[in-house]
Every structure is written in C-alpha cells, then in structure tokens.
Design a protein around this ligand. Structure first.
Ligand code: SF4
Length: 124
C-alpha cells in the first residue's frame, strides 16, 4: 500500500523514476553558476564549491578559473575512500560514483553508509 511507505522510500522511488526518465541528470558542477554569482560578495572569505563534481578536469577548471578556492565532495568518497590517492597517482580521471543516491536512501533507513549502487541492501 503506497500510503504506508515511509517518506524516504516514497522520495527515493521518485528519484529512481526521475532518473529512469532522464530527468535527474544534473550537469557536472551544477553549483558553479551560483558560485560565480556570490563570489564577488564574499571578499576574502574562501568559497568551497560542492555538487556534482565528477571529473578531474572539471575539478581543475573550477579551481583554476577562480570559481572557488576549494572543492568538496561526499558521495564520491563513499564509493571510493581512496579517491584522492587514485587521482594523485593518475589511476583515474573520473569518479566511479554515478549519483544514484542509493546511499542516501540507505542512511535514511538507518543502514550503514556505503555504496549501494551495485546491490541494494536486503532490508530495502
Ligand atoms: S550509492 Fe550511488 S550515489 Fe551513493 S556512492 Fe554509490 S554510486 Fe554514488
């Protein structure tokens, strides 16, 4: 019965449906425009950009073009805890996280945080 599902299952069901319909494909570094807009008002306060950074090229662009002073990521480190070492050693130029948000749904359900992209937790 749909009405009895917890909020996070309903939300995640909508996320999956939207992704299947191609509606949740945000562009990489989707907060870049917002960073450009607010940057002049910050003065010397450092700006940290987060949101959809998935390639090393885009990370470098954001930093070298002055859109932000630092970058932050979350889901890519859930998928690849050693991501910084992989990038520094040239093993990868793109993160493995596909932004499916299954880890978010799992945490909302009280399950351990890890990447669930390849396999749903059995309790969901
Ligand atoms: S579950 Fe999906 S969003 Fe979360 S880390 Fe894995 S691939 Fe990324």
């Amino acid at each position: 019965m749909r009405g009895s599902l917890p909020w996070w299952k309903r939300l995640f069901g909508r996320c999956i449906l939207a992704k299947m319909q191609g509606r949740y494909d945000l562009e990489e570094a989707y907060n870049r425009q917002a960073a450009e807009t607010i940057r002049p008002a910050l003065g010397h306060t450092p700006l940290i950009l987060v949101g959809g950074l998935r390639t090393v090229a885009q990370m470098e662009t954001v930093l070298t073009e002055g859109h932000s002073d630092l970058i932050a990521m979350s889901r890519p480190f859930i998928r690849e805890p050693a991501l910084v070492d992989k990038i520094k050693s040239g093993q990868t130029h793109k993160v493995a996280c596909v932004s499916c948000n299954r880890c978010l749904a799992a945490v909302a359900a009280g399950l351990p945080i890890r990447c669930y992209q390849r396999r749903w937790p059995s309790t969901l």
